[in-house]
Design a protein around this ligand. Structure first.
Ligand SMILES: Nc1ncnc2c1ncn2[C@@H]1O[C@H](COP(=O)(O)OP(=O)(O)OP(=O)(O)O)[C@@H](O)[C@H]1O
Ligand SMILES: [Mg+2]
Ligand SMILES: [Mg+2]
Length: 505
């Protein structure tokens, strides 16, 4: 639907009540897959991390990954869910070329976790409690790449490539109950909910949780129903659409908003909503029709005959409960206050997934401001260009040592960046790199004065100007001195000395 045909958002909310429901898929970062010992790693050559079980070859049998079960229980507990003393797997039958068995092993009527709730904070500080229906274990599908054609989408593509590396990667699907009452905040709540789930998952350390890599994917269900006039009964729930695999926080917000406006326009004209999946298009900010959505019956779920029920002991559940980290929202509030950061500064850290690194850097003696600056600045930049993980490049202790050398005046920021390079290149601790490369700031005034006098006498016109009180002319001399000192001087000190020496040489 073209933008012009959408109903104005405020108008849509006057006429209709929005109802939302989210299915968030979390890929677990276990070493191996859900039902086989194939490696669970991202970015390998296509079709290299596969075993007969991933492909459903004859004679292969699934075995449940115990670590995936522990992670799922921890996640269930962090979502305030009850953990089923016994849960079982089920086959969800459908054909899709990325699912070689023609069924997905999932959980249906007996999920491992159910009946929870998650507190989600909106930007105005209000807290919405989002009801969780279930969190169940399942396996991921492979990945199709549609090649050629004008759109790159499946319609019109010339051919498709399939990579089964992802087939069988452990997933937890977190399903909310229908959420009412969010009203104008619905799109914002959608984003804040997914962001909260991401925080929880990151704090548990059970997933890489990178939405852009598909470690965390959200299906957003949206329906509208007419507002009941006073005294009338509330209308039954409207027909929902399910916008699939929205892969950024911002897109979740935009997709929900778009669906509210689109559905309102159709309903207001007397039309009806088709129960279907929809695709999200990042470029146009629109959704488009996918496939008509079957009800659960059509998947012909039945208990997986090749797997035993999962029966975690009460001791295991209690052990995992007592090991739960401080809930991210509480931890964030505490650290934000302790560190004195603004919301925006904090979001940076969170988005970059650097909270742990910064916490450890502060614990190793750096100021919070310096820790934040290095991790979200130079280190994040190097990580991006090398496609490495920031945390794998350098240790919090080294970052703290680096920050302290800057604080003590031993290094300027510029020198510190060179030292950081050395540390990352494996040349040792910051102090070792300073010593080996001779990078410390020249703090000996004698050496600076010699260089300054030479620069001043070399530029007599500039010298005359400075003596005349035109201090901005000093820039040329400071530049020359910094160059002569190979950047290893404190520019502020050089400036002071230049002004002093200009009256004396
Ligand atoms: N009328 C409705 N309007 C908005 N959301 C709804 C409505 N009815 C159900 N939902 C939400 O839609 C989601 C349905 O997810 P669920 O996984 O249970 O089923 P599904 O989407 O049919 O199955 P699948 O996992 O195969 O996609 C839930 O979050 C639920 O709260
Ligand atoms: Mg769904
Ligand atoms: Mg679902």
């Amino acid at each position: 639907m073209a933008r012009a045909e959408l109903m104005d958002f405020d108008k849509a909310l006057e006429l209709f009540e929005p109802v939302m429901g989210f299915e968030v898929h979390v890929e677990l970062n276990t070493k191996t897959k859900m039902f086989s010992d194939a490696p669970n790693v991202f970015g390998s050559e296509p079709n290299t991390n596969i075993t007969p079980t991933c492909l459903g070859l004859p004679g292969s049998l699934p075995v449940v990954n115990a670590q995936a079960v522990r992670y799922s229980i921890s996640l269930g507990l962090a979502l305030g869910c009850e953990i089923a003393p016994s849960s079982r797997f089920a086959r969800k039958n459908y054909f899709y070329p990325d699912t070689p068995k023609n069924y997905q092993i999932s959980q249906f009527d007996e999920p491992i976790a159910f009946e929870g709730s998650v507190d989600v904070e909106l930007s105005d500080g209000s807290i919405v409690s989002v009801p969780i229906e279930r969190a169940h274990m399942e396996e991921d599908a492979g990945k199709l790449t549609h090649v050629g054609g004008s759109t790159g989408r499946i319609q019109g593509a010339e051919y498709s490539l399939v990579d089964y590396n992802r087939a069988g990667v452990p997933l937890v699907e977190i399903v909310t109950k229908p959420i009412y009452g969010a009203e104008h905040s619905s799109p914002e709540l959608a984003k804040a909910y997914v962001s909260t789930i991401r925080d929880i998952v990151v704090s548990l350390g059970i997933s890489d949780a990178k939405m852009e890599r598909g470690n965390l994917r959200c299906d957003a269900n949206v329906s509208l129903r007419p507002r009941a006039a006073a005294g009338e009964p509330v209308a039954p729930l409207g027909t929902r659409t399910e916008t699939k695999n929205v892969n950024s926080l911002r897109s979740v917000e935009r997709a929900v908003r778009y669906e509210i406006q689109r559905q309102a326009a159709i309903l207001a004209k007397g039309g009806s909503i088709t129960q279907e999946t929809r695709h999200w298009h990042e470029d146009t900010g629109e959704t488009s029709a996918g496939r008509p959505k079957s009800d659960a019956d059509d998947y012909r779920y039945f208990p997986e005959p090749d797997l035993l029920p999962v029966v975690p002991s009460a001791e295991l559940i209690e052990e995992l409960r007592s090991a739960l980290p401080e809930p991210p929202a509480a931890r964030r509030r505490r650290l934000k206050a302790e560190w004195g950061f603004t919301d925006l500064e904090f979001q940076d850290i969170n988005n970059a997934g650097l909270l742990t690194e910064i916490t450890e850097t502060v614990a190793a003696g750096a100021t919070p401001a310096a820790a934040r600056k290095w991790w979200t600045g130079e280190i994040a930049r190097i990580a991006n260009t090398s496609d490495a993980d920031a945390a794998s490049l350098v240790s919090p202790a080294d970052v703290a040592a680096l920050a302290n050398l800057v604080d003590a005046g031993t290094l300027t920021d510029r020198l510190a960046r060179q030292v950081l390079e050395g540390v990352i290149a494996g040349e040792g601790t910051p102090q070792e790199v300073v010593d080996a490369r001779g990078l410390a700031v020249v703090s000996d005034d004698g050496a600076l004065i010699a260089a300054i006098d030479e620069a001043l006498l070399g530029q007599p016109d500039v010298l005359a100007k400075i003596r005349d009180g035109k201090v901005q002319a000093a820039g040329a001399v400071i530049g020359a001195v910094m160059k002569a000192m190979k950047g290893q001087a404190d520019a502020a000190r050089v400036r002071e000395l230049v002004l002093e020496r200009a009256q004396q040489v």
